[in-house]
Design a protein around this ligand. Structure first.
Ligand SMILES: Cc1cc2nc3c(=O)[nH]c(=O)nc-3n(C[C@H](O)[C@H](O)[C@H](O)COP(=O)(O)OP(=O)(O)OC[C@H]3O[C@@H](n4cnc5c(N)ncnc54)[C@H](O)[C@@H]3O)c2cc1C
Length: 456
């Protein structure tokens, strides 16, 4: 089967890898190189977790993602997932985290509940008196985003995929490049992230916003891949330790101002004060940490924060895939598996992946498809979704208004053609760990290891 895919982000790259290794004849088209900072899948890292509140479908898909990313790691020799653990800071005993815990347990996914004094052992410094508990996913962590995008493409190429660099548009079921080259296939998939509404304005409704990620110099104590990702779901703040010497990552998950998919990413920051205020309370040792840099990227948000994956209503051989909504990067491979399986059996995905306007007024977030987040207008003021549930209004009011100015620094661009050259081979230790089947990394073992490390 000849498959043409436009877009080499997490969805297009995963689809190219999936179809190419299944023996299909794949052409992957992109205007940029994989991992480019202008694409939604660019940048250093993305969170990997399975907690999705009561949503069993997304919980199971996230778990399946882990298996498939590990398959890609095995195939490529790249280390893409950093399994540093994942901590959710719960403010209420019976909130979203408790719902997540029930779903994770029901799905057989490792999860532990910690009190705040146990959680304090996980971080170089910690203030958790306001927390009801901490939900800990030992198998959670981060995905190296840019490296994962390069690896997906490289592996697709190693299975015979052809890469075409150029900007494309649809003409019926045909892909047309800017130089008028026409590319046809038995199947055509448009996986163009924030650009989808420009290509299919009548079919795809996405809100494209500018989000900021800040990187701080936390010093040696934070420069390790053994500190869990942290998310304060209710206060919409999250971050990681200093992984790969990129700096301690922290950001607000409040929805940023709208930004056209082709607009330059802003180079100034509007969120530093908010992020610092949170760090000062939660991780006192980061209170005065110097800001190393700020990077902007785009969320592409469906109204209900669920993914899109459906055939074009007039051209059944054409599919549209995307709507990552701040949590989609990890789901690239399982989504590719589902779309490929549906195409092979002339089926469609469930209604939740449909094109068109979605019901529900919730905004998406890196945190969860279920939560509504505060919107920020282009001058830094805040406005809230007009149709929120009581629960969401309560959470938003707890967060209060925050404002700011704007910033960022240009980041290094990656190279498509270097994507076949793995730069970070997996260590012997990691390979052995994987052969042993990733034994469960319990908190006690982690604490023991950390205290040994401190003694050293
Ligand atoms: C700040 C931030 C934090 C996030 N955190 C997480 C997280 O923790 N966990 C998680 O799983 N996800 C997270 N996400 C979401 C996730 O990164 C995105 O939803 C996902 O990467 C989107 O992938 P995509 O393939 O749909 O789009 P993209 O990565 O944007 O890929 C689309 C590709 O299509 C190409 N393209 C577009 N139009 C054309 C055209 N006309 N011709 C040729 N090529 C074209 C583009 O160049 C681009 O390469 C986060 C996103 C952001 C911005």
């Amino acid at each position: 089967m000849e498959v043409v895919i436009v877009g080499a982000g997490t969805f297009g790259g995963s689809l190219a890898w999936w179809f190419a290794r299944s023996g299909d004849d794949v052409t992957l088209v992109d205007q940029f190189e994989p991992g480019d900072a202008r694409a939604s899948s660019g940048g250093e890292t993305r969170f990997y977790r399975c907690a999705h509140g009561p949503d069993t479908e997304y919980t199971a898909m996230a778990r399946r993602a882990r298996t498939l990313w590990h398959e890609l790691e095995e195939e490529s020799g790249e280390e893409l997932i950093v399994q540093c653990g994942f901590a959710w800071f719960a403010h209420r005993a019976d909130g979203w985290e408790a719902a997540s815990e029930r779903t994770l347990v029901a799905e057989g996914i490792p999860v532990e509940r910690l009190d705040s004094s146990s959680a304090a052992q996980l971080y170089p410094s910690f203030g958790g008196d306001d927390l009801a508990f901490v939900l800990y996913e030992p198998d959670g962590g981060v995905l190296r985003a840019e490296r994962s995008m390069k690896t997906l493409t490289a592996q697709a190429v190693s299975h015979g995929a052809r890469i075409v660099r150029g900007r494309a548009g649809p003409d019926g079921a045909t892909v047309v490049l800017e130089d008028s080259t026409r590319i046809q296939g038995d199947v055509v998939i448009w996986a163009c992230g924030p650009w989808l509404p420009k290509l299919f304005p009548d079919l795809v409704s996405l809100r494209v916003t500018q989000q900021e990620v800040l990187f701080f110099d936390g010093g040696p104590a934070w420069r390790t891949s053994d500190i869990p990702v942290w998310v304060d779901y209710e206060q919409a703040r999250c971050g990681t330790a200093d992984i790969d010497e990129a700096g301690v990552k922290a950001f607000t998950d409040d929805e940023g101002p709208e930004l056209d998919a082709d607009a330059e990413l802003p180079t100034t920051t509007r969120t530093e004060a908010d992020v610092r205020a949170y760090l000062r309370r939660r991780f006192p040792s980061l209170a005065e940490a110097p800001l190393l840099r700020t990077r902007s990227c785009r969320y592409e948000l469906t109204a209900d924060t669920r993914l899109i994956g459906a055939p074009h209503p007039e051209h059944p051989s054409v599919w549209i895939v995307g709507g990552g909504s701040g949590h989609g990067l990890k789901l690239g491979p399982p989504m590719a598996e589902r779309v490929a399986t549906a195409i092979a059996s002339a089926a469609t995905l469930p209604a939740g992946f449909a094109l068109g306007q979605r019901s529900g007024s919730e905004s998406a977030s890196v945190l969860s498809p279920e939560r509504t987040i505060r919107r920020v207008d282009p001058v830094g003021g805040a406005k809230r979704d007009g149709d929120q549930s009581e629960e969401h209004r309560h959470r938003a009011s707890q967060r209060g208004d925050r404002g700011g100015g704007l910033v960022e620094r240009e980041r290094d661009r990656c190279s498509l053609m270097s994507c076949g050259q793995p730069r970070h081979r997996r260590s012997r230790h990691a390979r052995a760990r994987r052969r042993r089947g990733h034994p469960r990394r319990g908190v006690l073992r982690r604490l023991l290891r950390r205290s040994r490390g401190r003694r050293r």
